[in-house]
Each structure stands twice: as structure tokens, then as C-alpha cells.
Ligand binder design. Structure first.
Ligand SMILES: *[C@@H]1O[C@H](CO)[C@@H](O)[C@H](O)[C@H]1NC(C)=O
Ligand SMILES: *[C@@H]1O[C@H](CO)[C@@H](O)[C@H](O)[C@H]1NC(C)=O
Ligand SMILES: *[C@@H]1O[C@H](CO)[C@@H](O)[C@H](O)[C@H]1NC(C)=O
Ligand SMILES: [Zn+2]
Length: 484
């Protein structure tokens, strides 16, 4: 008999609960950012990719994303980490170089040149940590450097000549990040990098069976990653973004086309340059000797139908690749299919990137899944500068100044984490008012129910008539009148 009022009370209080956003302004979920180097947006079209398909169904897929120009690895990854165009973050090339000593460092060696990376822009790891979060990074370009003396709390830099395609090593790294970093050390944000399918795309070309096989390896790894998150109990607390730095385009060779060889161009001489970066895919940077800029420029401009030649300050604005003193005075790039050779052809890749970021072949893929992302949503293409403000928003940290716009892509988030429902918006105030009213009403109902129940209890002691169901029904009908 004594059960009745208690049960009734529970039901009333429960049905009175005012819907509160799943996720309050000060809380955030964990976030994993994954890059599969050179994963072109359409690589899933000619291969079976069950895990990527399942991820799209459970989350968000963009038709493609637009990387920053120059579409090469270190610069475009640093754009993802900072939300800045390359001219604004300063990592303008994979190679650190010094135009007076002619010294150049490889992609790998340049990872360790601190001043190349740390030139005023802070990657998201540092911003997150300064606001009380813990960040980690595994193999992501930029991880080896420190920024204003700080680095990611946990970081792992790959050894030189690392084998980027070992699937067993990929799985071990995934388990390490899930078990040890997210679960064990309770990190809030981790960035993770895989060097494929870029290497295979360069070596065999984007249309090769080898590239298709590597996309299947990536697909299996995406499946492995999601099941590892689940095994570690992270499904409800972890959001995952998977994207890439650029795409890949087939290079034409073997007499199929007239190759671009600068030394063969009439009126052009390497003797007029004091420094250059060519023989590095489709893009090149030239520093003419004092007084020879116009000579070099007019010799090259229009010399080959698939070679684009620009003075730095005249570069098309959409490329955002001129407002930085590290960028050399003349910028060259070729149309897809071509590379820029210096003295004679020395590049034998079957696939290349570094082209105009408007070329469809340069567009990477973008996928996202997790409790804060909508499900089964295909979104329009967007620029990768926008990923940074999205990540900051999801982690509830204040971003550094950047070139992205959260408004352009926030619709991929569930409404509970969209900015309209946060901070001191009217909506939030309304929610507080309703919560307050709900609490008062709840209290009144409880008092009412207790009084009534005691009445019924006393009454029953005398008459012992009505059933338990009857009382519950009554209780619920009271609830309906007082809830809103
Ligand atoms: C390039 O090297 C010269 C000579 O060692 C040095 O004075 C200069 O500061 C260096 N420039 C850069 C950008 O490292
Ligand atoms: C890298 O590892 C894979 C197997 O995981 C192997 O097939 C491949 O030959 C290795 N590559 C090099 C260059 O050692
Ligand atoms: C691949 O990685 C696993 C795990 O780290 C290692 O045991 C194996 O020797 C590697 N295989 C190759 C071919 O490098
Ligand atoms: Zn790359």
C-alpha cells in the first residue's frame, strides 16, 4: 500500500521533466580528426567501400571539400589545423628553404624546423590546451614542431623512412589512440594521420588497381576505427571527422603530351634566377635576380598552353597564395596532367597534386560521424578552412583568428550543439525560464500528490476500495494539466 504514493510521485516527476539540451554549454564531447593523405573525393566510386558507406549513413558526407592552394601536404594540413589560408599561416611549402644559402630540406626534415611552422599561427592543439583541454597528435603534419614553446600534450612523430602503408601498424595506432589516449589519458582532441592513399596514388596513378586496393585498405581501417571506438566505450562520447589534404591527378607522359621543360623555353635562363623550386610536381616558385623579374616573367608567360605564370601580387585571389613574404615573386603551376620540369624531366610519378584547388581532381573527401553530427546527411562542398571553426565549436573553445566560417557548415551538427541553442541566446533564456517553472510546478505537484495520497491512504484504511491503476491514472492526468 505504501508503494502507491511513491510510484505515483516518480511517474509525475518524470513526466514533468522539461526537455533540457542533451549537452550543456560548458560540456563538450571528444573529437578525433583523421587525415588519409591524398584521398580524392571520388575514390569510393569505383571500389566497394562498405565501411565508408556505413559511416555516411550514420553521419555526414560532403560531396567534396576544397583544399587551400598550394595543394600539397604540409601547407594544406596546417590549414586544417589553423583554419587559415596558406598565405596567412606561413607554411607555404612542404620544403623549408633558404634563398640565400640555397639550402632546402625534405618534407620529413622540414617537420623539425620549428621556425617554419611556428611563425605566429597556433594549431588547434595549443588553443585547446590553453583553454583547459588535453590534445594529442599522431603523425599529423606539424606535430614535431613546438608553437610558442608548446606542443600537443601527447604526440608521436613517425621515424624517418616510415612505412606508411602497413595496415597492422595502422590498427595498432588506432587502438593506442582509443585505449590509451582517449580512454586512459582522457584526451579531448586527437589528430591522426595516415600517409595513404597518397603514396600509392603517386606511384601507380589514381586510376590504377593498386590505388583501388589501397582505398579498400583505408575502408577496412575506417571500419576498424569505428569498432575500436565502440570496444573502448567511446561511441557516445566521441565525434570523428575523416578528411584529407588534397586529391590526385593522372600525369600524362610518354610522348602523349608536350611536357613542360623550363630550360627549353626561348628567352628563359636559369642564369636569371637567384633561387627556384621546380621539379616538384605541378607547381614552382622562382626568385629572379635583381632587376630581372620582368625578363623572366615575359619569357615564361604564355610559353606553354598548360603553364600558368603569375607575379605574386597578380595571383588570382581565390588561391590566397601571395600575402606572405616567404612566397617567391613568381609562381608557376601547370594544368592537371602536367608537371613542371627544370632542365629536363626528372619526375616519374604517375599521379600528382599541387594543382589549382578549383580542379576537381584536387578535392579531398570529407566524412563525419558521432553524437553531435546529423545522420545520413549529404552536404554541399565547402572549403577546408571551415573545419577549424567547426572543431573549435564542437570542443567549446574560442578559436584563434582564422579564415573559416562556422555558419557555412554548422548545419551538419545536431540542433543541440548548434550555436543558436547556446550561450546567452533568447532560446537559452527561455529554456532556463521553463526549467525554473517546471521545477516550481513539479514541487507543487509533489506536494499535491503527497497530500492526496495520504488522503487516499487514510481513506483506504477505512474503506479499502480503489485499485492501484486508478490512482496512477489520476496522477498522470494531474501531470498533464501542470506540464507544458
Ligand atoms: C638564410 O641564411 C642566411 C645565411 O646563413 C641567414 O642570414 C638568413 O637569416 C637565413 N634566412 C632564413 C629565412 O632562414
Ligand atoms: C610496407 O609494409 C607493407 C606490409 O604491411 C609491405 O607490403 C610493404 O612492402 C612495405 N613497404 C616497404 C617499402 O617496406
Ligand atoms: C607492420 O607493422 C607490424 C606492427 O607494427 C610489424 O610487426 C610488422 O613487422 C610490419 N610489417 C612490415 C612489412 O613492415
Ligand atoms: Zn598529401
Amino acid at each position: 500500500m505504501l508503494w502507491t504514493p511513491v510510484l505515483c510521485l516518480c511517474l509525475c516527476v518524470q513526466s514533468l521533466a522539461v526537455p533540457v539540451p542533451a549537452h550543456r554549454a560548458t560540456e563538450h564531447r571528444k573529437l578525433l580528426l583523421v587525415s588519409f593523405d591524398g584521398f580524392r573525393w571520388d575514390y569510393d566510386r569505383d571500389v566497394d567501400t562498405p565501411h565508408l558507406d556505413a559511416m555516411a549513413k550514420d553521419g555526414v558526407k560532403a560531396t567534396y571539400v576544397t583544399p587551400a592552394f598550394l595543394t600539397i601536404t604540409s601547407p594544406t594540413h596546417f590549414t586544417i589545423l589553423t583554419g587559415k589560408y596558406i598565405e596567412n599561416h606561413g607554411v607555404i611549402h612542404n620544403m623549408w628553404f633558404n634563398t640565400s644559402t640555397w639550402e632546402k630540406k625534405s618534407y620529413y626534415k622540414s617537420q623539425f624546423v620549428n621556425e617554419w611552422w611556428d611563425s605566429g599561427s597556433l594549431p588547434i592543439w595549443i588553443t585547446a590546451q590553453r583553454q583547459g583541454l588535453k590534445a594529442g597528435s599522431l603523425h599529423f603534419p606539424g606535430t614535431a614542431s613546438t608553437y610558442q614553446g608548446e606542443s600537443a600534450f601527447v604526440r608521436e612523430v613517425e621515424p624517418e623512412n616510415y612505412n606508411y602503408s602497413n595496415e597492422t601498424a595502422w590498427q595498432e595506432n588506432i587502438d593506442k589512440v582509443m585505449e590509451s589516449w582517449f580512454r586512459g589519458q582522457d584526451l579531448d582532441f586527437v589528430s591522426m594521420y595516415f600517409g595513404e592513399p597518397d603514396a600509392t596514388g603517386h606511384r601507380y596513378g589514381p586510376d590504377s588497381p593498386e590505388r583501388r586496393a589501397m582505398v579498400q585498405q583505408v575502408d577496412r581501417t575506417v571500419g576498424y576505427l569505428r569498432s575500436s571506438a565502440e570496444r573502448n566505450g567511446l561511441s557516445e562520447s566521441l565525434n570523428i571527422i575523416i578528411t584529407a589534404d588534397h586529391g590526385m591527378s593522372t600525369v600524362y607522359r610518354n610522348g602523349l603530351v608536350e611536357e613542360i621543360v623550363l630550360s627549353k623555353i626561348p628567352g628563359f635562363s636559369f642564369g636569371d634566377l637567384s633561387f627556384h623550386i621546380v621539379d616538384f610536381g605541378p607547381a614552382g616558385l622562382l626568385l629572379p635576380k635583381e632587376g630581372r623579374l620582368d625578363k623572366v616573367y615575359s619569357a615564361l608567360k604564355g610559353a606553354h598552353p598548360h603553364l600558368h605564370v603569375y607575379k605574386k601580387e597578380e595571383l588570382p585571389v581565390h588561391l590566397h597564395y601571395s600575402q606572405n613574404e616567404r612566397i617567391l615573386p613568381i609562381i608557376l603551376w601547370a594544368d592537371p596532367g602536367y608537371v613542371i620540369n627544370g632542365y629536363f624531366p626528372v619526375q616519374f610519378h604517375k599521379g600528382e597534386h599541387g594543382y589549382d584547388n578549383q580542379a576537381l581532381d584536387m578535392k579531398p573527401f570529407f566524412r563525419a560521424v558521432g553524437p553531435d553530427f546529423r545522420k545520413n546527411l549529404l552536404v554541399e562542398p565547402f572549403e577546408t578552412v571551415n573545419i577549424y571553426p567547426l572543431m573549435c565549436h564542437m570542443l567549446k573553445i574560442t578559436p584563434e583568428p582564422n579564415d573559416g566560417q562556422l555558419e557555412l557548415i554548422q548545419h551538419m551538427l545536431t540542433s543541440s550543439i548548434q550555436p543558436e541553442n547556446e550561450g546567452s541566446s533568447d532560446n537559452d533564456i527561455l529554456t532556463s525560464v521553463f526549467t525554473g517553472l517546471g521545477a516550481v510546478a513539479g514541487f507543487l505537484v509533489v506536494v499535491f500528490v503527497v497530500l492526496i495520497s495520504r488522503g487516499i491512504y487514510k481513506h483506504r484504511r477505512n474503506k479499502s476500495s480503489s485499485t492501484d491503476e486508478g490512482k496512477i491514472d489520476k496522477c498522470q492526468s494531474e501531470t498533464k494539466q501542470t506540464s507544458f
